[in-house]
Design a protein around this ligand. Sequence first.
Ligand code: ATP
Ligand code: MN
Ligand code: MN
Length: 300
Amino acid sequence: ADLRKNQSKEVNMNKAVVEISSPARLVYPDMQITKQDVADYYEHVMDWLLPGLQGRPVAVLRCPDGTQNACFFQKHHTAGMQVSTVSLEEEKGGRQDYLMIRDETDIMQLVQFNVLEFHPWGARADNPDDCDYLVFDLDPSPQVSWANVKKAARHVRELLEQLQLQSFVRTTGGKGLHVVVPLTPAVPWDDARHFARAFAESMAGAHPDRYIATASKKQRKGLIFVDYLRNGRGATSVCSYSLRARPGAAVATPLRWDELGRIKSSDAFNIKNLRQRLARLADDPWQDMPGLAQTLPDLA
Ligand code: ATP
Ligand code: MN
Ligand code: MN
């Protein structure tokens, strides 16, 4: 509790530092949402957002001319950005400065640079070679009903439970769901990747009428792609409480498993109605995550 208090003090001191330029610029023109509205949103959710980002390298999606024009992913530091960085080894060799999130100021600086989406690594900047959570990214093809997407997420949960692994679900704000598996202690990326792939392939092998574990688009008709490819060094997935640069200004939203049933779509929560959800929540839907000490089973 003390840590939290100290943190918010520092944050408040820093708050005044980030000035939002062009606050009236429309970011989601269909909804009349401005850059200032986006900044206000991120200020409002800061205490919920930060735990999923803090201390991690991050890729961000920038939309300098709003969501109806070109947006681009950025993972490296660029000149003029006053954002924390971490020097990391690149997959292909050499080192690069990666963007990382230390505190609220980093987030608001990125918002000032027209960032809408935050996509952290599943690893901490001080331990980049070890994965501390897996993400099973369920990607339905257009023919799949939302009910079946939810069913698939519960199926992933059950199979993980059989391996003594607890998991957590979130809407992506897009079409699918993410099932997140925290790992403490963290595991080498090779192990994370092999486990995730074997898990996805075993699901698709057992239910080829529902799931597919290969990325090829043309075979996917009517199936859910169990995308295990988020689980590699340098791969990212959108974090909880990130906005999405899609129509409707949806928000990736963590859920309790027992509320999944009544959620109407992956983009059910958005910049407008998320505040009400947070105000009504008695507890963090993922409150059990920090205390979990679980790691991958040995795969025979
Ligand atoms: P949906 O539910 O609609 O699939 P999603 O966020 O899961 O939403 P995906 O296309 O499945 O979207 O992508 C999964 C993750 O992969 C993203 O959240 C993002 O972090 C990462 N990703 C996808 N495309 C890129 C890209 N071009 N550059 C960097 N990261 C990407
Ligand atoms: Mn997805
Ligand atoms: Mn995907």
